[in-house]
Write a protein that binds this ligand. Structure first.
Ligand code: PLP
Length: 477
């Protein structure tokens, strides 16, 4: 029996892994999930406990991928999860662990997911995506032109994953002079000929609108083989499942024990992977979802009401990668919550897509939510500052603003009977301004990134016009 993927809206034909790898939404507008979640046995957990990261990844991902030969997948994983790629581990941690667990005190740890090239957890999945895409395109001899919009983390992570990859070009739009100097330098200093940075005279929403307009021109999209790498891509979610296993093994001595995870959340991709790990049978007690002031997800888990916000009601906060108004991966969890009834999901998202909200509070589905391990909370700028200060003074560890949101909510909502592992989603150097405000000092900067702002930059400035962007792409593909 092969592994098949179905859409949360139930009106798209099932597909194999490689058939959905390069795509985004299913043709019916839904998101892909495996037809049934694979299970891990107690014996597997015992065997996997001491495996190095790429080998663990092979065991976990083989449960989701059965149309890439195991030897090829293994080679891809061994090339992806190396100490050289994830070389930003802190002093005293082993880079070869890929995601080292740092104990702050007994029973309270931070899982370092941000030691990759762009210092944010998105590298964990995106680096694998780069290698998987290159492999899949090589098999068919085809090309892919990735078009994206970024306000920071996703764009740089995509560029560092795709740089130098055969058959792939990246066209990344960002709002001119709206990113931090560090983020701008990270992206614009790339000199690889397959990476195209486009600084748009406008704001992030203009960039996103251009991507939508170009993608809606189906003729152009097909002619120029336009694709995306957004957070709904199934392979990204699958890659993220692996580090929940890794974190669990690092935090426990035996597979009889349970662990809770605290997850700083925006588009629900990271914690969706935790949900899937738990559905597979990994002994996770709680999945603690943390939001910042943009608390659309906290509101749902507290009240059963999902009420996406308008852009104008989305606040710019000091944990900007969690500034979202609707959570693109949330539909995957709701599909499970409503008993995988695609008709129900279609109805709920018809309301959402018309600008509305839905309320599950009175349904038997929401009554079962505790059974999924989810609890939630929110954090504010003042909470972030206080948490960064306390962790620095109490443990001598500097954390970033997103991780601070996770830790704050995690400590509030944790079950004290089991260890709590907080996912570190970025390194503090990416958010220098807030670190200065909290600690009156500069964040530690990895040696290879010192002076990055002074490197020559390669980018194109353009008006906020889909036609200009199309012409630019057409001339290069
Ligand atoms: C993307 C991101 C998040 C949110 O993750 P989701 O998968 O969107 O929930 C949190 N922190 C940082 C630093 C990020 O870049």
């Amino acid at each position: 029996m092969s592994i098949r993927y179905v859409s949360t809206r139930g009106e798209a034909p099932p597909h194999r892994f490689s058939e959905i790898l390069l795509g985004g939404l299913a043709p019916d507008g839904g998101l892909y999930l495996p037809e049934a979640y694979p299970r891990v046995t107690r014996a597997e957990l015992d065997q996997w406990r001491l495996l190095p990261y790429p080998q663990l990844a092979l065991r976990v991902l083989a449960k989701f991928i059965d149309d890439i030969p195991a030897a090829d997948l293994e080679a891809l994983l061994e090339r992806t999860y190396t100490a050289a790629v994830y070389g930003h581990a802190r002093a005293g941690e082993r880079a070869a662990d890929i995601t080292p667990l740092r104990w702050l005190e007994p029973g309270l740890g931070i899982l370092e997911l941000s030691n990759g090239p762009t210092l944010a957890f998105k590298d964990m999945a995106m680096q694998l995506l780069g290698n998987l895409f290159e492999y899949a395109l090589g098999k068919t001899g085809s090309e892919l032109n990735i078009l994206g919009a970024t306000s920071g983390d996703t764009g740089s992570s995509a560029e560092y994953a795709m740089r130098g990859k055969k058959g792939i070009r990246v066209f990344m739009l960002s709002p001119q002079r709206k990113m931090s100097r560090f983020q701008t330098a990270q992206m614009f200093s790339l000199q690889d000929p397959n990476i195209f940075n486009i600084a748009v005279r406008g704001v992030f929403d203009d960039c996103q609108d251009i991507v939508k307009a170009v993608s809606n021109d189906l003729g152009f999209k097909r002619r120029h083989r336009i694709g995306t790498v957004n957070s709904i891509n199934w392979a990204r979610v699958a890659a993220q499942v692996v580090y929940f296993f890794k974190g669990y093994f690092e935090a426990t001595a035996s597979s009889d024990e349970e662990v809770s995870f605290a997850v700083p959340s925006g588009n629900f991709g990271n914690i969706c992977a935790g949900h899937i790990a738990r559905m597979m049978g990994l002994p996770i007690r709680q999945l603690i979802l943390a939001t910042n002031e943009n608390d659309v997800l906290d509101e749902f888990f507290r009240t059963g009401i999902y009420r996406p916000r308008a852009t104008a009601q989305t606040w710019h906060t000091s944990s900007p990668s969690m500034d979202i108004s609707k959570a693109s991966n949330f539909e995957r969890f709701v599909f499970d919550l409503v008993g995988r009834d695609a008709a129900t999901v279609r109805g709920l998202w018809a309301t959402v897509e018309a600008g509305g909200a839905f309320d599950l509070s009175a349904t038997p589905h929401f009554a079962r939510i505790a059974g999924y391990g989810f609890v939630s909370g929110r954090s504010t700028h003042a909470d972030r500052i206080a948490t960064i200060r306390r962790v620095w003074s109490q443990y001598g560890v500097m954390i970033d603003t997103h991780t601070a949101d996770g830790l704050k909510v995690g400590l509030e909502r944790r079950d004290p009977a089991v260890p709590l592992v907080c996912l570190e989603t970025a390194l503090p150097v990416k958010f220098e301004e807030t670190i200065r405000e909290a600690l009156y000092r500069e964040p530690e900067r990895p040696p290879d990134l010192i002076g990055i702002e002074d490197l020559p930059q390669r980018f194109e400035v353009m008006d906020a016009s889909p036609e200009a962007v199309k012409a630019y792409i057409a001339a290069r593909t």
